[in-house]
Ligand binder design. Structure first.
Ligand code: NAD
Length: 315
């Protein structure tokens, strides 16, 4: 049994991470100040092997017990959140990552950074391999998130090369599943909420931009395999099946049996036109590939989250 510290453990991905680590017999310390997460996400994890510490990682922090793995997931992640919290997002990526790497160093723990496909920006290479350096606008509205993650990657690599910390980095591509917030602005919860309420489905632009969507269970399995691998370079984890936003909207209408019509709205600034992971590295290194196709994952999400979880109340 290992002791795993999960920052952002009360968020969407973090709560699934805590749940899976507990299921594998590990002890879990969840560090989360509930900025964008919720106690509801971890309420079902009440057991002696699970602890929640309400800590803001922007401030220096210390945990006084042995730790074997640090999964650093804390950060606002949806555009609605990081546009509302631009400075917080930059501070979590910089100070928060610094403090968490310092903790991993102190405990000689293996450290995993949750980075993002957004480090590739609006990519000029398709699909995106880890060797692509990206095409990011540092001063556009999305820059606070994209550059915070790029800085966090640089910091993580420096702690590895200069300080000898045993680090790893996952570049996460769009992931979905139960416990996404219905009003967090990301495509899948928005479309499912609108479809379940028979409201118009709002697609940005002409809906021709593409995304690749990974079901949360596939992602968590890949992240844990990476954290346990001893590999230090970034690894893409995502589902390479690529869909236009219009195709996604149509599938959401179909799986919910909705009467919604699809309407088109203005494209947000710097919205990437394409997004598809090259997962050769994850396949070769970890023997990982996703197993849950989009239609099946959407059905699971509806079944497990329930209508209430997907429609929710406006924050
Ligand atoms: P989320 O907003 O649901 O979870 C983030 C968690 O971090 C929340 O529980 C929040 O309260 C916590 N947090 C934020 N600031 C904090 C602080 N200062 N101190 C302590 N806790 C803090 O987002 P998510 O979708 O679960 O994303 C988790 C991680 O995965 C993020 O780092 C995100 O960048 C990365 N990621 C997610 C996706 C995706 O599709 N969901 C894609 C790429 C990368």
């Amino acid at each position: 049994m290992a002791t795993c510290l999960v920052t952002g453990g009360a968020g969407f991905l973090g709560s699934h991470m805590c749940e899976e680590l507990l299921r594998r017999g590990h002890r879990v310390i969840c560090v989360d100040n509930l900025e964008t997460g919720s106690l509801r996400n971890i309420a079902h994890l009440r057991q002696p092997e699970f602890t929640h510490l309400n800590i803001d990682i922007i401030e220096p922090y210390f945990v006084d017990e042995p730790i074997d793995f640090v999964y650093h997931l804390a950060s606002p992640a949806s555009p609605i959140d990081y546009l509302r919290l631009p400075l917080h997002t930059l501070k979590v990526g910089s100070y928060g990552t610094h403090h968490t790497l310092g903790l991993a160093k102190h405990h000689r723990a293996r450290f995993l950074l949750a980075s993002t496909s957004e480090v590739y920006g609006d990519p000029q290479v398709h699909p995106q391999p880890e060797t692509y350096w990206g095409h990011v606008n540092p001063i556009g509205p999305r820059g606070v998130y994209d550059e915070a993650k790029r800085y966090a990657e640089a910091l993580t690599m420096a702690y590895h090369t200069q300080q000898g910390v045993d680090t790893s980095m996952v570049r996460i591509f769009n992931t979905y599943g139960p416990r996404m917030r219905p009003h967090d602005g990301r495509a899948i919860p928005t479309f499912l909420r609108q479809a379940l309420q028979d409201r118009p489905i709002t697609v940005f632009g002409e809906g021709k931009q593409t995304r690749s969507f990974c079901y949360v269970d596939d992602l968590i399995r890949g992240i844990i395999a990476l954290a346990e691998s001893g590999f230090h370079e970034p690894v893409n984890i995502g589902n390479p099946d690529e869909f236009t936003l219009l195709e996604l909207a149509e599938m959401c209408v179909e799986v919910t049996g909705s009467r919604s019509e699809i309407v088109f709205e203005a494209l947000p600034t710097d919205d990437p036109q394409v997004r598809q992971p090259d997962i050769t590295r994850a396949k070769d290194l970890l023997g990982w590939s996703p197993q849950i196709a989009l239609r099946e994952g959407l059905q699971k999400t509806i079944e497990l989250a329930g209508t209430e979880g997907l429609v929710g109340a406006r924050r």
